[in-house]
Design a protein around this ligand. Structure first.
Ligand code: FAD
Length: 449
């Protein structure tokens, strides 16, 4: 191989790429961080609840308070999961002072928020700055078209750099942190294309709202935040859900729709988003809020089975590119997994280069570290959750049954009361879904939790 231009080329300045670049530069390697956006965060969009413990472990100066410089918005103290029907909302509303702080995995991160809301236009530049401070060279506005490969000693292709605008940039190792599409690894035939049922499309808007009004509407103290996950009629019957998060002076609102279900519905993602945005049951939170940003992005829904191989000859794959997202039904996580995998990739690549072995075998230490990490353990814990969300129950029948039982309990219409168990049996019978499906749903739910 000709002398490389950099020790490592990291593609994508999202959470995974910036943290990998930071770690590599901290280990005195020459690192280029290539980002297609003119500015990190420009092309990124997420619902926006970040669990910051892994970030604070790596960056002890991670701001604990939402100062103007802090890359986050509000401490999340209230998590609400709701089934929305045309005329009713059934919610699990969890508010807990214990959510204000966590000790983090290092145990020394007192007063660290457990979860915070973030806007990527603030978070991503902040993370990329940390990589630059450590010595990484940020190259924004450059889209990488493909990986450069050469036959390795055994004849198998070995990644030796990246190609952008017809120019080759050589590196001992490439870190593909290029997000859920991950054209780089797929383009080189190293990772398979996901099936449409393993992908969802997210459509998100940021809606402006003064802090005081937002706190009144969501029942929050100043600086505190709420995270709402919504299923049911909000997505007009399309498998998926909606989210509503509070920022300092705005709301993040969006829908996440499974691609196969969306295609079958004949609707566009924008139509479903508009349906959710104007849903009468959501008016109490969204009325009068002005859309100031709008975008769409894919989300991986494959769970643990989608991770597969993450280390190849001269290449590692991190974050969304490695399929690292968890949708537990209550919580959607991707950013903290991207941060963890980026940090682990950085350490492992540095060790492999120091050991003079950047082959798949030398880089396997990354795969091993990922498996052994909390992120890897959590991916395995939720391995069976995608199977639950491939069943229809969570998107309609469960909410409808809950509505019948609760209506029968709370609505006094002159008729004698029926015991709760009778209401439950009646709700199941009238759901239009057979008993076998209910039993299947219950089994899938049990396995997934
Ligand atoms: C609607 C929605 C809601 C979400 N909500 C949450 C949530 O509440 N909490 C949570 O933790 N996660 C959430 N996620 C998931 C989260 O956004 C991702 O898991 C996370 O962004 C992954 O980080 P990453 O660094 O791997 O990839 P990304 O953040 O996607 O970053 C990839 C970067 O690579 C760049 N790039 C891509 N291709 C190239 C190329 N060829 N050349 C150069 N640069 C390139 C992109 O511009 C981008 O900056 C959500 C996702 C969506 C879509």
């Amino acid at each position: 191989m000709t002398e490389p231009d950099f020790d490592v080329a990291v593609v994508g300045a999202g959470p995974a790429g910036s943290m990998a670049a930071m770690r590599l530069a901290q280990r005195n390697l020459s690192v280029v961080l290539v980002e297609r956006g003119e500015r990190p965060g420009e092309k990124n969009l997420s619902g926006g609840v970040l669990y910051p413990a892994p970030l604070a472990d790596a960056l002890p100066d991670f701001p604990r308070d939402p100062t103007p410089e802090a890359p986050w918005e509000r401490r999340v103290v209230r998590h609400v999961t709701s089934s929305v029907r045309p005329d009713s909302v059934t919610s699990l509303d969890y508010e807990d002072a214990a959510l204000l702080t966590t000790t983090g995995s290092a145990g020394s991160t007192a007063a660290l928020p457990n979860a915070v809301t973030v806007l990527r236009a603030r978070l991503d530049p902040w993370l990329a700055e940390r990589a630059q401070e450590a010595g990484a060279f940020l190259m924004p506005g450059m889209r990488v078209d493909s990986l450069v490969t050469e036959p390795g000693p055994d004849g198998a292709p070995r990644v030796t750099g990246i190609r952008a605008d017809g120019q080759d940039l050589r590196a001992r190792v490439v870190v593909a942190a290029d997000g859920v599409n991950s054209f780089l690894a797929r383009g080189a035939g190293l990772r398979p294309d996901p099936a449409p049922r393993d992908l969802a499309v997210g459509v998100k808007a940021v809606l402006a709202m003064p802090a005081g009004r937002l706190e009144d509407r969501f029942g929050l103290e100043p600086g505190q935040g709420a995270a709402h996950a919504l299923v049911g009629d909000v997505t007009a019957g399309v498998a998926g859900g909606a989210f509503l998060y509070t920022n300092r002076e705005s709301l993040s609102f969006g829908v996440v729709l499974r691609l196969d279900a969306l295609t079958r519905s004949g609707r566009s993602a924008h139509e479903v988003f508009e349906h959710a945005l104007t849903h009468p049951r959501l008016r109490r939170w969204l009325a009068g809020a002005e859309v100031i940003e709008y975008g769409s992005h894919l989300v991986s829904e494959s769970g643990h089975t989608g991770v597969g191989q993450v280390a190849f000859d001269g290449l590692v794959v991190a974050g969304d590119a490695a399929g690292l997202t968890i949708n537990s039904g209550l919580v959607l996580r991707g950013m903290d997994l991207a941060i963890t995998s980026g940090l682990l990739a950085g350490d492992a690549v540095a060790e492999a280069i120091e050991a003079g072995d950047a082959s798949a075998t030398g880089l396997h230490r990354y795969a091993a570290a990922l498996q052994a990490s909390t992120a890897g353990a959590d991916m395995r814990t939720y391995a069976r959750t995608p199977a639950l969300f491939h069943r229809p129950g969570p998107y309609g029948p469960w909410g409808e049954a809950a509505e019948r039982v609760l209506r029968g309990s709370f609505r006094l219409d002159g008729a004698p009361r029926r015991p709760l168990r009778h209401l439950a049996v009646q709700a199941v019978r009238r759901s239009g879904v057979g008993l076998r499906t209910w039993v299947g749903d219950a089994a899938a739910l049990w396995r997934s939790v």
